[in-house]
Write a protein that binds this ligand. Structure first.
Ligand SMILES: Nc1ncnc2c1ncn2[C@@H]1O[C@H](COP(=O)(O)OP(=O)(O)O)[C@@H](O)[C@H]1O
Ligand SMILES: [Mg+2]
Ligand SMILES: [Zn+2]
Length: 269
């Protein structure tokens, strides 16, 4: 890949921003963030993409989680991406969502990436500058977990239109969400809201909601931070089964419907 031209050292936030490939017309970029790994960030990113695609939008997913890439597997996308002198072409899923991930660049998808932070951040930038996404209504970014240097650099170099924060019940207790929230605030990027994941199960027989960790604190937390609670996803065997089989596009529950409508309306021109 070529060297990108966004290594400037100036202090204003916008000075770090990178231009996307000149062949791209990307209307909205939405980053999905979580305070730590394992809370369902990649799953939420994938489902947002799936549901937006189902509405007829042109959608891409940029897998910025270089050390823990899981997007290609959820969509059953394999093999190496191809490129030409103008850039790299993302892979297409069964339902025509475009995907770019480190797993589609490396020869061995299961080889651990042990690069240093700056190289990782640079790779993510190149997914923005050197990938030919073409025309997209929505590009969803599965952000690196946490609030360290890599996510910060990604925040600074890709012009985000909004952020979705994914939380688990445990994070709410440990204030990890607050960190993600503070980072987004500091960068002046609008936070669309919170998605709470895996705090309850839905009884398959009577549809009753069972709060497995006690009553959820997410409403309180959302209120405190003045954030919208976009969705609450249950711990759902369908989800883990579909994501393991690479069939996340077959997901058919309605938990995210309101969230998707909200994002669509928010960004309607
Ligand atoms: N609501 C859910 N119900 C069942 N399994 C889930 C749910 N959310 C996530 N998972 C599973 O938990 C694991 C971690 O989710 P993932 O999205 O990869 O987390 P993260 O990207 O935050 O590290 C995955 O195997 C995923 O399929
Ligand atoms: Mg992940
Ligand atoms: Zn029941």
């Amino acid at each position: 890949m070529q060297q990108t031209s966004c290594e400037s050292n100036q202090s204003r936030r916008t000075d770090f921003l990178c231009e996307t490939n000149e062949r791209n017309h990307i209307k909205k970029v939405v980053a999905v963030l979580s305070g730590k790994g394992g809370v369902g960030k990649s799953l939420a990113t994938s489902l947002l993409a799936v549901m937006m695609r189902r509405k007829g939008f042109k959608v891409g997913v940029l897998d910025a989680d270089i050390t823990g890439p899981s997007i290609p597997k959820m969509f059953d996308v394999k093999g190496r991406v191809e490129g030409n002198e103008y850039g790299i072409f993302p892979k297409r899923t069964h339902n025509d969502i475009q995907i770019m991930s480190i797993n589609l660049l490396l020869d061995k998808a299961d080889a651990p990436v042990i690069w240093r932070g700056p190289i990782i951040a640079n790779t993510v930038k190149q997914f923005w500058t050197d990938v030919i996404w073409g025309d997209l209504d929505y590009l969803f970014i599965d952000m690196p977990p946490g609030t360290g240097d890599v996510p910060l650099t990604v925040f600074q170099s890709i012009p985000l239109d909004g952020i979705v924060i994914v939380t688990s019940p445990q994070d709410l207790v440990s204030l990890i969400v607050k960190k993600a929230y503070n980072m987004a605030k500091e960068m002046h990027i609008p936070i669309l809201g919170l998605i709470e994941n895996m705090s309850y199960i839905q009884c398959p027989d009577c549809d009753k909601r069972i709060d497995i960790f006690g009553k959820s604190k997410v409403e309180e937390a959302a209120k405190e931070m003045d954030l919208k609670l976009l969705a609450q996803l249950p711990l759902d065997p369908q989800i883990s089964m579909l994501s393991d089989k690479g069939e996340i596009e077959k997901y058919d529950a309605t938990y995210l419907d309101e969230c998707i409508n909200y994002i669509e309306n928010k960004f309607r021109e």
